[in-house]
Design a protein around this ligand. Structure first.
Ligand SMILES: [Zn+2]
Length: 436
């Protein structure tokens, strides 16, 4: 069995891993490197394929071009896991498999990039079901919690044992949407014997466990209660794909204010969630563009304290709605005392930090009160990873979704758990191959 570490082994993002057994290859994820994509998107949302490839926004999959790829499996619908599918998948002419919500988002990406031909390859697979890929390979998706609906652990059943791919996840035993992780199924896989296990390590350096979304729900309730004590407009921003969080924001509002949702990515993810009955958007105004929303923003101007505005811009993205309002490009102008709640952390990359800094500076210069970090992470932390190693008991561990420091930090955790570097825990980099 060969494992190819194609992307996400030298950076956070750009995830892509492949497994080859008896000349058949299965790909796990094809993601964007968001840090490189965001600066390119300042002028236009859709960047041509050749530029995405040249700039390293998508993984370099050339090592697989002559291989027999039998399936592309997407773990969940974050862009750093599925963004590159419309750019790279066409040549493989194989099923693209994921849970229904993830498929719904891939459909949007395909439509944006005008790659209709890929629609015929999309294959929905619900968690708990097993799909026969070939004579020798079976695929199973196992329910896991993360910061997006229908995230999965991918299990590939082969004649040489099971390969598991867990990128990304958290262990949330009191989720506010959907069920807790399917521990029973994971224990079953462990019993059958997992030969190789690939796992994310985005927050491996934090020596704790990640708090449940239930905690975020309580934080939000308090944040909105306090914000509403003042007679100002309240804006809130979060990750557009975090449907559980947006549901919690709507619930925390308790019908007190009219909710207005504006932003391209918010519209995409919320409509997909609504189509699958994952969220109720009754009485909520939803629009993908600021310009289209100018008439409602005018109403907000007339009576700001009647509204809660959910807007894009949690990472300070220059093309987001919050940035557009801060730059006075839309019909709403911030008043002194308006409040902006960030239900998010700033992703620690230089571009995000600079963008967020600029937005926050601009907001404050207009007298806006900024409340940061009303948030819990969607990623496992060190002690969650330890729990997972003990639960799955894989023979070989390959940390992924991180730079060298993060991968090494995961490897040192694995060695605390009895694994041996270079023998049973393997630090890979992009473009690497390991034979197990
Ligand atoms: Zn993710």
């Amino acid at each position: 069995m060969k494992i190819y570490s194609i992307g996400g082994y030298s950076e956070v993002g750009k995830n892509m891993t492949a497994v080859e057994i008896a000349n058949e290859v299965v790909i796990f994820d094809m993601g964007y490197f968001m840090e490189k994509l965001i600066p390119l998107q300042e002028n236009s949302n859709i960047i041509p394929d050749d530029i995405l490839i040249k700039e390293g926004v998508v993984p370099d999959d050339s090592i697989l071009h002559k291989k027999k790829v039998v399936a592309i499996v997407a773990s969940h619908a974050h862009l750093d896991h599925i963004g590159a599918i419309p750019v790279l998948a066409e040549r493989y002419k194989c099923p693209i498999i994921a849970t229904p919500y993830t498929i719904e988002i891939i459909k949007h990406l395909i439509a944006d990039r005008k790659k209709k031909i890929l629609l015929g390859y999309l294959t929905k697979l619900n968690t708990g079901n097993i799909l026969k890929l070939t004579q020798n390979l079976k695929l199973e998706l196992v329910h896991i919690t993360h910061s997006i609906p229908q995230a999965t652990l991918i299990a590939l059943h082969t004649k040489k044992g099971i390969v598991t791919y867990l990128n990304d996840y958290k262990l949330d035993n009191t989720p506010t949407m959907g069920k807790k992780p399917d521990y029973k199924k994971m224990m079953k896989l462990a019993k059958k014997s997992i030969v190789a296990h690939i796992e994310e390590c985005v927050r491996i350096e934090e020596c704790e466990r990640t708090a449940s979304e239930y905690i975020a729900q309580i934080m939000l309730q308090d944040a909105l209660n306090r914000a509403y004590q003042e007679d100002t407009a309240v804006f809130i921003t979060t990750f557009a794909s975090h449907i559980a969080r947006i549901r919690n924001i709507i619930e925390a509002n308790q019908g007190k204010r009219k909710i207005v949702c504006i932003g391209r990515s918010l519209a995409t993810y919320l409509k997909a969630a609504k189509n699958l009955n994952l969220i109720n958007l009754n009485n909520i105004y939803l629009s993908k563009s600021g310009k289209e929303s100018n008439s409602i923003l005018q109403k907000v101007s007339d009576k700001p304290s009647n509204y809660l505005i959910i807007a894009t811009g949690n990472q300070g993205e220059p093309n987001s709605i919050l940035s557009a309002i801060a730059k006075q490009e839309l019909e709403y102008k911030f008043n002194k005392g308006d409040q902006v709640i960030f239900s998010s952390f700033t992703i620690p990359s230089p571009i995000n930090q600079a963008n967020k800094h600029n937005l926050e500076k601009s907001l404050k210069s207009q007298g806006v009160r900024v409340i940061n970090n009303v948030h819990v992470s969607g990623h496992a932390k060190r002690e969650d990873h330890r729990d997972m190693i003990r639960l799955l008991k894989p023979k070989h561990i390959i940390p992924s979704h991180g730079n060298m420091e993060k991968l090494a930090s995961f490897a040192s955790l694995a060695s605390e758990e009895g694994y041996i570097l270079g023998k049973t825990v393997h630090i890979m980099s992009n473009g690497g191959i390991i034979e197990i």
